[in-house]
Design a protein around this ligand. Structure first.
Ligand code: NAD
Ligand code: LMR
Length: 390
């Protein structure tokens, strides 16, 4: 691919204050990749010729290190699969990935309707090739050669349901799809969106363990929407520029297991106790806020597609060897006594290079941390037992 675009990469967060202060809990092996030079652009770059644009929040441009501001050396052209691509999240997410210059091939897999979605997206004048795959028989072709597999397959909530109520249907879907990943693209990074994430990530890990392909650096629960929401709510409340705000969110992805670390907001922001309480509770219930507003028509799709595209792009930029890429994600972790936990992760050429610690937390945040542990432990164990057939 030739060097067409001139703009800075903007999605991934450079190390925020909290991450820089916190300690590496786990170091995973990374390897370098052969590279070719292209320059990524952002939505800001729309005006700059008919060129691919990458999804991204603009926040990190301001915080980039000198190193990452310079021209990136990247390996252009990863194959990415979206499993559940015809759904409410799948379609806008696929469009955003079609716009990403790091993607050379986009495989859209679902149990129905992907040929139409692929035909539609195939008319975008961005360089990646899009193909639609339908049903079990085509899963192999969809997955073969993938560097990144994003999974939003499964049913969404309706008002009155918890994410755990989706377990009965979604656990089996994620298990089957991950069996395909283990078989056809065992080295791919897997981004799991399907709920309940607190259980589907352990299910995926158990499937990979059984297949002998488990790499903790490559199995990542997508909790980016919690960060996106936290950033938006804080910026709105404090009258800050959306693109400047970064709030780490730790724990898991359901109700009280979602723990925004407002004390580690960058830039540094003063909150009253009432504001901290109101924001924390709103962030924990933000998914439900959307489910109720949609009144039976599903859960967050557009904001989720945006968040997943940011996460996907960060993974691809890490694969390309770009430095200083951090995203919160629900991963195998030794930060707490729980086997899976979300904190900031440093992404690199092999997926998660380092699971960062949670840094210094306040007494208020520590209170929530203790409260969330039993629920999160239960959800993790439920996933592990399911995968074992118990
Ligand atoms: P949706 O019903 O609109 O789409 C789901 C898609 O999955 C459908 O197209 C369906 O055909 C497909 N599908 C079902 N079984 C499949 C299988 N075996 N293989 C491949 N595809 C299959 O739902 P949605 O709104 O896109 O939500 C999808 C999931 O994402 C839900 O579980 C939802 O709870 C979850 N979600 C997670 C987050 C998060 O932050 N992690 C945010 C929003 C939604
Ligand atoms: C969300 O946070 O929006 C998703 O997990 C979907 C849901 O069911 O709330």
């Amino acid at each position: 691919m030739s060097a067409l675009i001139q703009s800075t990469p903007i999605t991934a967060r450079t190390a925020p204050v909290a991450a820089r202060k916190s300690h590496s809990q786990k170091t995973l092996v990374s390897k370098s990749v052969a590279s070719k030079t292209i320059r990524l652009s952002s939505f800001e770059g729309f005006s700059k010729a008919a060129a691919p644009v990458s999804f991204s929040a603009r926040a990190s441009t301001r915080r980039q290190t000198a190193a990452s501001r310079s021209t990136m050396s990247v390996t252009a052209g990863f194959k990415v699969a979206v499993l559940g691509a015809a759904g409410g999240i799948g379609q806008p997410l696929s469009m955003l990935m079609k716009m990403n210059p790091l993607v050379s091939e986009l495989a859209l897999y679902d149990i129905a309707n992907t040929p139409g979605v692929a035909a539609d997206l195939g008319h975008l004048n961005t360089p990646s090739k899009v193909t639609g795959y339908v049903g079990d028989d085509e899963l192999e072709a969809a997955l073969t050669g993938c560097a990144l597999v994003i999974i939003p397959a499964g049913v969404p909530r309706k008002p009155g349901m918890t994410r755990d109520d989706l377990f009965a249907i979604n656990a089996g879907i994620v298990k089957t799809l991950c069996e395909g990943v283990a078989k056809y693209c065992p080295d791919a990074i897997v981004n799991i969106i399907s709920n309940p994430v607190n259980s589907t990530v352990p299910i995926a890990a158990e499937v990979f363990k059984a297949a002998g392909t488990f790499d903790p650096a490559k199995v990542m629960g997508v909790t980016t929407l919690d960060v996106v929401r936290s950033d938006a709510f804080v910026a709105e409340l404090k009258g800050l520029d959306m693109k400047d705000v970064d709030v780490p969110v730790i724990g898991g992805h359901a109700g009280i297991t979602i723990l925004p670390l407002l004390s580690q907001t960058t830039p540094s922001v003063e909150f009253s106790d009432e504001e901290v309480e109101a924001l924390t509770v709103r962030i924990q219930n933000a998914g439900t806020e959307v489910v109720e507003a949609k009144a039976g028509a599903g859960s967050a799709t557009l904001s989720m597609a945006y968040a997943a595209a940011r996460m996907g792009e960060s993974c691809l930029r890490g694969l390309n060897g770009e430095a200083d890429i951090y995203e919160c994600s629900f991963v195998a972790s030794s930060v707490t006594d729980l086997p899976y936990f979300s904190t900031k992760c440093k992404l690199g050429p092999n997926g998660v290079e380092e699971v960062m610690g949670m840094g210094e937390i306040t007494e208020y945040e520590a209170g929530w941390l203790e409260k969330l542990k039993p629920e999160l432990t239960g959800s993790i164990e439920k996933g592990i037992k399911f995968a074992a057939g118990e």
